[in-house]
Design a protein around this ligand. Structure first.
Ligand code: PMP
Length: 421
């Protein structure tokens, strides 16, 4: 780094960074400001952002409509507890989310991160059975390649490797993890697992269409249809984790719409506020909510994060939904796919490239391996882009608002660095 700001040198020895072996990793870059699809570093370098900050900033950074909504709300009512109080932003957002959610979803439970939204979904599904006096349904059927969060409850339903089940043996509860049912052998194994375990399952949990953090793995609508049919057959709750795929990332507002399959419970987060502030939600059908509607206080959903329904976050989310209504975001995701397809497709056949796949505003180049991840990342930055490859996966999930020039900068940079890999 050419010019290191004082705050950088002073604070870096005291911060603990995510998923990072801080001793050996490249030092983090000092971000000074953001605008649109750009991140400006403290040394003046401007990077085109290919990741939208872990898939959150769908409208680009600092969108004036979202910034204005947060500022106005901060001056009026930044936060009140949701225990006993409600405010305009949270109720407006709840109603709007139910209106756009697939199927007949009727109730929204807010939280502050995706992991917690999934924890709430798991608790909701478990208590759904308990409230009906059906005991022992405390396990979930989840899938290899899946990722649902970093908390202890959610790690246990991630891919065993991704969730580090072995490392944390003894800490994590055991669930039933199988391959997604997509061919004869995996369908047979899925059916056998259901037959064997259904009586103690609360539900089936999946990321529809794209398993994100587990490796940007795509599956087809048939898989989702099969899960819905299985959930109905065995009377299980079907939970879609749309934290990555929601809000236009794969084309439609929610990925599951493309399969015309609706869940009983759905989790959203990440792009819910357009990336400005943390907020997540667990959305349930009337059928699920009905199991909690009772004269017995013990049947209430036993959860309540301190900052649940934070007014600043809900104002940002309402502003983000305005933008989806006013600007043609979903079409932009389709256009991004049309552009990225042939651009990244150029990597096919190059040495070390195993697969290239694009769905909506998700473009993936899967390599045999990335031998030196630090060096690979450095070369991407040298090309003027911010892209975060992991394991053997290089992917682009830009803001849906990205223009063709910036998108081309991203795809060309990826193609160039991949070729030298
Ligand atoms: N579910 C999915 C599908 C995710 O992609 C993520 C985050 N990558 C989470 C849950 C957890 O969200 P958070 O990081 O906000 O806790």
């Amino acid at each position: 780094m050419v010019t290191e700001p004082t705050w950088y040198a002073r604070g870096l020895p005291h911060v603990w960074l995510p998923y990072t072996q801080m001793k050996t990793a490249n030092p983090p870059l000092a971000a000074e400001r953001t605008h649109g699809t750009r991140i400006v570093l403290a040394d003046g370098q401007e990077l085109v952002d290919g990741i939208a900050s872990w898939w959150t900033a769908v409208h680009g950074y600092n969108h004036p409509h979202i910034v204005q909504a947060i500022q106005a709300q901060a001056a009026k009512l930044p936060h009140v507890m949701l225990g006993g109080l409600v405010h305009e932003q949270v109720l407006t957002l709840a109603a709007r989310l139910c209106a756009i959610a697939p199927g007949g979803m009727e109730r929204v439970f807010f939280s502050d991160s995706g992991s917690v939204a999934v924890e709430v979904a798991m608790k909701m599904a478990t208590q759904y059975w308990l409230n009906q006096n059906i005991r022992g349904r405390t396990k979930f059927l989840a899938f290899r390649g899946g990722y649902h969060g970093d908390t202890i409850g959610t790690m246990a339903v991630c891919d065993p490797e991704e969730g580090m089940h072995n490392l944390f043996t003894g800490l994590l509860p055991e669930h039933v993890i199988v391959d997604l049912p997509r061919d004869e052998a995996s369908i047979a194994a899925f059916e056998a697992a259901l037959e064997r375990h259904a009586h103690h399952l609360a539900g089936i949990l999946v990321e529809p269409f794209i398993q994100g953090a587990g490796g940007m793995l795509f599956h087809s609508e048939d898989v989702l249809k099969r899960l819905r049919a299985a959930a109905d057959r065995y009377d299980l709750l079907l939970i879609f984790d749309e934290i990555f795929t929601g809000f236009g990332r794969t084309g439609p507002m929610f990925a599951c719409e493309a399969a015309e399959v609706a869940p009983d419970i759905m989790t959203v987060g990440k792009a819910l506020t357009g990336g400005a502030i943390p907020l997540a939600a667990t959305i349930a059908t009337q059928k699920v909510f009905d199991a909690f509607w009772s004269d017995d206080p013990a049947h209430a959903l036993m959860h309540g994060p301190t900052f649940m329904g934070n007014a600043l976050a809900c104002a940002a989310a309402n502003a983000s939904l305005d933008l989806f209504e006013q600007e043609n975001r979903l079409m932009q995701a389709v256009d991004i796919a049309k552009f990225m397809g042939p651009e990244l497709g150029g990597c096919i056949g190059r040495k070390g490239v195993r697969d290239v796949r694009v769905r909506g505003a998700v473009g993936v180049v899967e390599l045999d391996e990335i031998a030196n991840l630090n060096d690979f990342k450095r070369r991407l930055v040298a090309e003027g882009v911010w892209v975060r490859p992991f394991r053997n996966i290089v992917y682009l999930t830009p803001a849906l608002t990205i223009d063709e020039n910036d998108l081309q900068t991203l795809t060309r940079a990826v193609a160039k660095v991949v070729s030298g890999a």
